[in-house]
Design a protein around this ligand. Structure first.
Ligand code: ZN
Length: 124
């Protein structure tokens, strides 16, 4: 099994996946909420959107923006069960286990951590 660092390195070699970045608005949202709250949001989104055996509208259930976790889900190929299957060999048509959900949340938070800059350091 690959580590989070290996997964992030592999994602960075994908032109599509590495094209996602946090906007200033999403960074401001991180500033405002803090990482503990964002992790709880990530847990909720993963549980609602990815954990069911056959998620509603699979492949289109994750908006492209509007929340830093959505951005992270696309950037890490944790946006739908099809991508989880392709990238991480997670079987389709069965519920995710609690530990799979936790591993996904850990990867999402690691991506956010790697891509997050505190507000006053943004040079734009
Ligand atoms: Zn997907």
């Amino acid at each position: 099994m690959q580590t989070i660092a290996q997964a992030l390195d592999k994602l960075e070699r994908s032109k599509f996946r590495s094209g996602f970045h946090l906007t200033k608005k999403e960074q401001a949202y991180l500033d405002e909420k803090g990482m503990d709250v964002i992790r709880r949001h990530a847990e909720d989104f993963v549980h609602q959107k990815l954990a069911p055996a056959d998620p509603v509208n699979d492949g289109r259930q994750t908006p492209m923006h509007g929340h830093p976790v959505f951005k992270a889900m696309h950037a890490t190929a944790c946006c739908c069960r099809g991508c989880l299957n392709k990238w991480y060999k997670v079987p389709l048509h069965r519920e995710l286990t609690g530990s799979e959900e936790q591993r996904i949340v850990n990867l999402l938070m690691a991506w956010i951590d790697r891509n997050y800059r505190p507000h006053d350091q943004i040079g734009e």
